[in-house]
Design a protein around this ligand. Structure first.
Ligand code: GDP
Length: 169
């Protein structure tokens, strides 16, 4: 399975939280830092691929041009890719780049699921509405989006369980 998302979405923090390690994936102080493709072996079997964050700030009109060719090639030709976790920033919701990525993934029939990060950054009084809005922006049902927080641990064990299930199929 692979994890993908816009730079600064909280991908490294999430991978670290999933692995229960503080510095497995490097958390970048500077957005857009994670450029390498990192692989993590899961003890129960399978591999988690941490793909480079796509596009930051300068969003071109043609979203495709903002994605490294490597990501496209990887996602479209990897036969043993069982799931792509598409991270969306829960605080700010799906950006144009995220929507472009989801469209591309759907066009290419890549199995995927949306996970919203930084749950702790959304005020509890705004959560019900934000969850609906984020899901609608991603064109999925609200119940199909898993919300997580690397900071508080919300949703981490649920996601860990799903990772095990995906990797055992
Ligand atoms: P990446 O570029 O997608 O790998 O994102 P990072 O993991 O480096 O995180 C980007 C910024 O968001 C960092 O300042 C993190 O500390 C912060 N961050 C990541 N996850 C969370 C979270 O769950 N809650 C909060 N409050 N901040 C987070």
């Amino acid at each position: 399975m692979a994890v993908i998302g816009r730079s600064n979405v909280g991908k490294s923090s999430l991978v670290n939280a999933l692995a229960n390690r503080a510095q497995l994936a490097q958390v970048s102080k500077t957005p857009g830092r994670t450029r390498l493709l990192n692989l993590f072996a899961v003890t129960s079997g399978g591999t988690v691929v941490d793909l480079p964050g796509y596009g930051y700030a300068a969003v071109s009109k043609s979203t495709m041009s903002a994605w490294p060719k490597m990501i496209e090639g990887y996602l479209s030709s990897r036969e043993n890719l069982v799931m792509v976790v598409v991270l969306v920033d829960g605080e700010i919701g799906p950006t144009e780049l995220d929507v472009g990525m989801l469209d591309w993934i759907r066009d290419h029939d890549v199995p995927h699921t949306v996970v919203a990060t930084k749950h702790d950054k959304v005020k509890s009084s705004h959560r019900v509405r934000r969850k609906k809005e984020l899901a609608a922006g991603c064109t999925v049902d609200a119940g199909d989006v898993l919300w997580v927080s690397a900071a508080t641990g919300t949703g981490i064990s649920v996601l860990r369980g799903r990772v095990r299930t995906w990797l055992s199929t």
